[in-house]
Write a protein that binds this ligand. Structure first.
Ligand code: GLU
Length: 293
């Protein structure tokens, strides 16, 4: 796997403690660990517990136990996102100072209603690569006074990136370096397809997108190895790295482990949960066989 010279390779496995680990996570952790070992680099575990409504200390403890069982514990103390909120806030403040974010007041229900009205009128609403509707224009177009009054009233809001404005700041096309079986290749990044992404919400101080770029930079991550489900999300992460002046890691998006019906595994499907397999007598080498490595 290529990497930039002079730097010690740093890999990370970054589970969210909103459920137990399954076979897909085992593949991701294993690949990160083995690539780090091959390259004489570091393998770090990061706990992505920014979503306080879904993350629990019990899940975190269980994740660390599963990783220890697999022999995939972190080479250094785990970084926990909930302990770094001030860093995400600083990154958001920088984007605010650059005039690239705006307060978004529409509730999920209001967004749904706007989308439904347009679609019922026979006009499709644009969707992001995950299939979610793009955020409507209303809040971006709001005048400064209306915005200021709503903020002064303490109206609930998220902060969103003004995608068009952010892209206008770039002075060259955006790419990322992807490695793997069919790669390496420079992949053109097209963050526009995600619209005005959310950077923080009233109930979560930072979004996944913002925290992940801050964390990868803070931990000196040189290689991001994760499932293909996050392939398209890379475009926005590259954009935020450019805007915030953060280094660019190399990416490798690996195959997903699918269930018997060919679907992506979920945290709720217990048949592929590592703890369940362990309870049924599976050994760590059985897990490696099951994930095909
Ligand atoms: N926390 C994310 C997840 O569990 C992974 C994020 C990443 O690897 O960039 O899906």
């Amino acid at each position: 796997m290529p990497h930039r010279s002079g730097q010690r390779p740093v890999f990370r496995f970054a589970p969210s403690p909103n459920g137990r680990l399954h076979l897909g996570h085992a593949l991701s952790a294993h690949l990160n660990h083995s690539m780090a070992r091959e390259m004489g680099g570091l393998y770090l575990v990061r706990i992505e517990d920014i979503d306080a409504t879904r993350s629990t200390p019990e899940n975190e403890a269980a994740i660390l136990e599963d990783l220890a069982w697999l022999g995939l514990s972190s080479d250094a103390p785990e970084r926990r996102q909930s302990e770094h909120l001030a860093e995400y806030e600083r990154a958001l403040d920088r984007l605010k100072d650059m005039g690239l974010v705006y307060p978004a007041f529409l509730s999920r229900g209001e967004v749904k209603a706007i989308v439904r009205t347009q679609e019922e009128g026979g006009q499709p609403w644009p969707r992001d690569p995950d299939g979610a509707p793009l955020y409507p224009d209303a809040d971006r177009l709001r005048d400064t006074r209306d915005r200021a009054e709503r903020l002064a009233r303490g109206e609930k809001h998220a902060w969103r990136l003004d995608m068009a404005k952010a892209l206008a700041l770039l002075d060259r096309p955006l790419f990322w370096m992807e490695t793997g079986e069919r790669w390496p290749a420079q992949i053109p990044a097209n963050p526009r397809t995600w619209g005005d992404v959310v950077l923080s919400r009233s109930d979560a101080p930072s979004s996944y997108t913002l925290s992940v770029v801050v964390d990868d930079a803070a931990q000196g991550v040189t290689h991001v190895v994760r499932g293909r489900d996050l392939y398209h999300a890379t475009a926005v992460q590259r954009l935020l790295q450019e805007l915030l002046g953060l280094p660019e890691p190399v990416y490798h998006h690996h195959r997903l482990v699918l269930d018997a019906e060919g679907r992506k595994l979920s945290k709720s499907s217990s048949s592929t949960a590592l703890a369940e397999l362990r309870d049924k007598g599976a050994t760590p080498s059985d897990i490696l066989r099951l994930i095909g490595v």
